[in-house]
Design a protein. Structure first.
Length: 284
């Protein structure tokens, strides 16, 4: 039997762009450091990296970019081997950036994490980035026992199919022992929203730097970040009114309770990503 529409039983977090601005402040810089370390003449500007984020997955992103790089190997096998080497080096550089305090949690994230922990609301992580990346970020920001805050953690090693594929969310729901209609997700990107939609999970969008203006449809609410109750839009016509001006758990519960008033989502992003997605999928 399904729970009542107002009964929120778990909060599911995306990581990259949602918990922290990892793409802008970490991954792009780490990719460029990896290029330099391996003697590759490539550098990704903020604009170019924003374009490449339409391709989900770090290895996939590298392979996609090689199509326009004159110095890239011509043979597919050589490209894949190079992409894997670059990706391993990138992950090592990313861990270094995180360890030195180069990436902070986004505003309002710690407060909401603490609130959920204090009230006993189960939390999960559903991401398709590598577990080493997640561990590096959250250990630096929340301490070595960060994982104790979460009922389950689903990473790329668990769910190799990238968002907008719903695998990560379906696995999180299975491990939580919940139906899709009992959980709420927090995402930052159109691909993440489509992953939620495909899994039947309601979602709130905290726009990140690279998706500040990206079209998003089907979210319960969309806004600039959890740190502020201003600038949020909700199709269910429930205005934000969080504690001390931030988005708190009570506000999320209000949006969740009103979710059946939201209009049906569009599917344009799924078709857009599908055109750019390489055949092979590996951890981000």
């Amino acid at each position: 039997m399904c729970s009542a529409p107002t009964d929120l039983k778990a909060l599911i977090w995306d990581v990259d762009g949602t918990i922290a601005e990892t793409e802008r402040d970490g991954h792009r810089l780490a990719f460029n450091a990896a290029f330099e370390a391996l003697g590759m003449p490539w550098r990704w500007s903020e604009r170019r990296y924003g374009e490449l984020l339409r391709v989900t997955g770090g290895v996939e992103r590298l392979l996609h970019d090689m199509d326009v790089q004159p110095a890239a190997p011509t043979a597919l096998q050589e490209r894949e081997q190079l992409a894997l080497r670059l990706h391993r080096e990138k992950n090592a550089r990313y861990v270094q950036i995180v360890a030195t305090g180069g990436i902070a949690l986004r505003g309002g994230v710690r407060e909401l994490l603490d609130e959920c922990t204090a009230t006993g609301l189960p939390m999960a992580i559903a991401t398709t980035t590598s577990r080493s990346n997640v561990d590096a970020l959250l250990a630096a920001q929340l301490g070595a026992r960060w994982e104790a805050r979460f009922a389950c953690v689903v990473c790329a090693e668990d769910a190799p199919r990238k968002k907008p594929d719903p695998l990560a969310y379906r696995m999180a729901l299975q491990r939580l022992g919940l139906a899709a209609g009992e959980a709420l997700a927090i995402e930052d990107s159109p691909a993440g929203v489509e992953a939620c939609r495909a899994a039947g999970v309601s979602v709130v969008v905290t726009r990140s730097a690279y998706f500040a203006d990206a079209p998003v449809s089907g979210a319960l609410a969309t806004g600039p970040g959890l740190h502020s109750a201003e600038g949020w839009q909700s199709p269910a016509n429930r205005a934000a009114s969080g504690v001390a001006g931030r988005i708190d758990l009570a506000q999320l519960r209000r949006w969740f309770a009103a979710r059946f008033n939201a209009p049906p989502p569009a599917t344009d992003w799924v078709r857009t990503v599908a055109r750019h997605r390489p055949r092979r999928r590996r951890p981000a």
